[in-house]
Design a binder for this molecule. Structure first.
Ligand code: FUC
Length: 801
């Protein structure tokens, strides 16, 4: 375990509330998030009236409910007609009746929100009023320490020093707050916990209890806030607890619902009293430990994951508050070293936010806002968008060494199989039987209750390639870990089912090539017979399934079918008159009148560059065409859009262009609390940035590890320890004067290693002080066998120019 020595801290000299801003603007721009995977909280840090918004990730409206016995994931039989509508559209296209085909696409929709789509709900807010605070607040600061996952507030009044410390422990499943005072005064606090769902707080002894069910779907929820004070007295009022004359007060908060991601009921069967019993036990156990014990256990647990990687671009941490640092960065008024520090901090933040919103034991993956949400009608329902956003939430997980955080995502995708087969039958005419899994489907957006139908408007809602795309995030688990048991048991069955499905739904176009139809490039362009987005993802799906099947030695016959389909796909990539990658096969020149063109945020025709590996350096024409295409899309777009462009430029070895996008992201896509904004706040851009940095420093998607493939000029010197490459190799890379200086590779499973060292002529490889012989393959890629759990050092002997 590395010990990250440089402080990685967000900190501020002001509390969150700003006059003239709406409540939600304050929340998303200034408050500081903590989380343990399924619970989240935002700390305002107000001296006189502390505010903590509180979340539990499964608190969703929508889905099955007594009121909605008809709930079936939004599928509409009268629209899909068991595949009839689809077949008609396909026939129209093939008969050249494009207008009729396009018109009929309006039928390929699911039910609207009113059929139980639901949305992620806010749980409640904790208020802590400081009754006897002096008028003169001094030396205020608040912080979020990424090295320890602890937030805090500090200030003085005339005669006392106030401190608050907060963390959300995964192992003890509680939010813990320590409120303390030093000096003459003692704490006099009013503590309340207000439900955002209408539950009336019950005050029992030293507890505030919220318990109820959502009106929309009867989902049961409960939370307990327990107050432990070492000294002082507790006074009850009807809706709050007053703590007087205490020097230290501790709060323990935990929450649960009866949600379970299991089709078709999506409930555990717990009653409110069962939830409360569980919470009582959790809080009892937690409060039996001393504060130091529970805090240390949290820090150790967190560091175990966070410290798997250390990244240094700057020599030292900036002493500026984070908001000032951001403003000066954007005004170009920061010395280089402090610019590097902020870039490093945002990278670390992406890992912190992932650990806080998606742990191995989380019930659901991180949503559009991770786990944090302050309102009951969040943008896009704060859901699971599968036409880029959910994929993006997990793009940095493997390369930045957080592999197990993807488990809730993989479980979620698996949970879409059963409901997704119903959508496959209704809209595509493909039926599964108990013994025959013939394919599941999902589209652009999803809730936690198997909403696998297309959206209620074809142009944003139809996206059958969503599942192949998210399966890339699942297969990467295997590529990075080489865990073939998990591949066999969990990932391959999904790949197999889906490859069979696409194999069945492909049709032959005019040239006898396989396409899907109708297709719609995410939120962009006309309705067509095949497009680059869908064909690239299908190509990638077959590639994964074939590779996995061969590794496992299964399905030889079926693999032949997949291979045949893959080899006879239309495109997937075609080059247009401007040497661009066509987004639609009917496209001629760039940004002709087929779509919004330059200003569009999606770059779905470039998924073969990232996250896929269809468009790589060895396919020169496509690779160059991808550059033409990306340059023909604006660099100033939504937060996630800029994130995706950083990654795409990194894969095209355009480090300096990627760095330009990084600067745009800071300027137009990052709030004072370093959350990414669409706007509004959307966490995917945070994760894409972190993934982007890792791709600038190492790539491994083409069968070898490419070291420093796209180092931006601005990052002349730096080191990163703990990046992970496919094949399960951990990397430690140091560079000076923009050139590799030292490389150490830890082989975790003992595979053969293929390596590319850019611009390095003379080097030797040592392991346990012995010289390692290596082969030189084409394109200066070297290779050698490795042993499990063994380190290999690459000693660079080039003269520094
Ligand atoms: C997709 C994007 C939007 C937004 C939404 C949540 O539809 O096109 O920009 O991010 O997801």
């Amino acid at each position: 375990m590395l010990d990250n020595k440089k402080p990685l801290k967000l900190w501020y000299k002001n509390s969150s509330i700003r006059k003239g801003l709406q409540e939600n603007d304050i929340w998303e721009r200034y408050t500081l998030p903590i989380g343990n995977g399924d619970m989240g909280a935002n700390i305002y840090g107000e001296p006189e009236k502390e505010i903590i918004t509180f979340n539990e990730k499964t608190l969703w409206t929508g889905g099955p409910s007594k009121k909605r016995e008809y709930y079936n994931g939004g599928n509409l039989l009268e629209k899909g007609k068991n595949g009839e509508t689809l077949k008609k559209i396909q026939k129209y296209f093939l008969d050249g009746r494009d207008d009729e085909a396009s018109k009929l696409c309006d039928e390929l929709v699911g039910a609207d929100e009113s059929a139980g789509y639901g949305s992620y709900q806010a749980f409640g807010t904790i208020y802590i009023n400081y009754n006897n605070l002096g008028l003169n607040i001094k030396e205020y600061y608040r912080y979020l320490d990424l090295n320890q996952a602890i937030a805090g507030v500090h200030f003085l009044d005339e005669d006392s020093i106030y401190n608050r410390e907060y963390f959300l422990s995964n192992i003890d499943d509680v939010l813990v707050a320590k409120l303390s005072i030093e000096g003459q005064k003692k704490l006099d606090l009013d503590i309340s916990f207000i439900s955002k769902q209408g539950a009336i707080p019950r005050i029992e002894d030293n507890k505030i209890v919220l318990s109820g069910e959502l009106e929309d779907n009867g989902l049961k929820y409960a939370a307990i806030l327990k107050i432990l004070n070492v000294d002082g007295e507790l006074i009850h009022t009807t809706d709050r607890i007053r703590v007087k004359d205490a020097k230290e007060v501790y709060l323990y908060i935990s929450a649960k619902t009866d949600y379970k991601n299991e089709y078709p009921k999506y409930r555990t069967g717990d009653l409110n009293k069962d939830l409360l019993n569980k919470l009582e036990n959790i809080i009892k156990k937690a409060s039996e430990k001393s504060y130091e014990e529970i805090k240390n256990a949290h820090i150790v647990d967190y560091k175990n994951i966070f410290n798997s990687l250390e990244f240094n671009l700057s020599k030292k941490a900036s002493s500026l508050p984070t908001d000032e640092l951001l403003y000066l960065y954007n005004d170009n008024k920061l010395p280089d070293d402090e610019r590097r520090y902020l870039e490093e901090l945002l990278f670390a933040y992406g890992r912190y936010l992932a650990i806080s919103s998606s742990r191995e034991n989380s019930l659901l993956p991180s949503n559009l806002q991770g786990v944090w949400n302050n309102v009951n009608n969040p943008a896009w329902a704060c859901d699971y968008h599968l036409n880029v956003n959910l994929q993006m939430n997990y793009w940095h997980i493997y390369s930045t060494n957080l592999v197990n955080l993807s488990k809730p995502l993989i479980d979620y995708v698996e949970s879409l199989r059963k409901p997704g087969r119903i959508s496959a039958k209704i809209y595509m005419g493909i039926e599964s039987k108990e013994s025959e899994e013939n394919g599941f489907i999902a589209h652009t957006q999803n809730n936690p209750f198997g909403w696998t139908c297309p959206g209620w408007n074809f142009d944003w809602g139809w996206s059958p390639a969503a599942i192949p795309w998210i399966l890339q995030n699942c297969y990467e688990y295997y590529e990075y870990t080489k865990d073939d048991i998990y591949l066999r048991e969990k990932i391959y069955p999904m790949l197999r089912e889906e490859a069979n499905f696409f194999s069945n739904i492909l049709i032959k176009d005019f040239e006898g090539k396989y396409v899907t139809a109708p297709t719609f490039s995410p939120e962009h362009g006309p309705r067509t017979l095949g497009n680059t987005y869908e064909q690239s993802l299908i190509w990638q799906l077959f590639k994964m399934a074939i590779e996995a099947g061969k590794i496992l030695g299964e399905d030889t016959k079926i693999i032949e079918i997949w291979e045949n389909k893959k080899n006879n796909l239309k495109g997937p990539i075609e080059i247009g008159n401007d040497a661009q990658i066509k987004e639609w096969y009917i496209e001629n020149s760039l940004n002709d009148d087929l779509g919004e063109g330059f200003n569009h945020r999606h770059i779905s025709h470039l998924l073969g560059v990232y996250p896929g590996n269809l468009i790589t350096e060895d396919k020169k024409e496509w690779f160059e065409a991808a550059k033409v295409s990306i340059n023909a899309r604006t660099s100033n777009t939504t937060g996630w859009g800029m994130g995706q462009r950083i990654l795409t430029y990194a894969r095209l070895f355009e480090g300096n262009k990627a760095y330009e996008l990084i600067q745009n992201l800071f300027k137009n896509g990052i709030y004072e609390n370093l959350w990414d904004t669409h706007p509004p706040f959307q966490i995917d851009g945070n994760f894409a940035y972190t993934a982007g940095v890792s791709e600038l420093l190492a790539q491994s998607h083409t069968g070898f590890i490419n070291i420093l493939p796209a180092l931006p000029k601005a990052w002349e010197e730096g080191e990163i320890k703990g990046l992970l490459a496919r094949g399960n190799f951990s990397l430690e890379i140091k560079w000076r004067e923009s050139k590799l200086n030292y490389l150490k590779i830890l082989s975790n499973v003992g595979d053969e290693l293929y390596l590319k060292l850019n611009n390095i002529k003379n080097f030797k490889i040592l392991s346990k002080d012995k010289n390692i012989e290596y082969k030189i393959n084409s394109d200066n890629i070297i290779s050698f066998d490795t042993n499990k759990n063994t380190e290999y050092e690459i000693i660079v002997e080039d003269e520094n120019e």
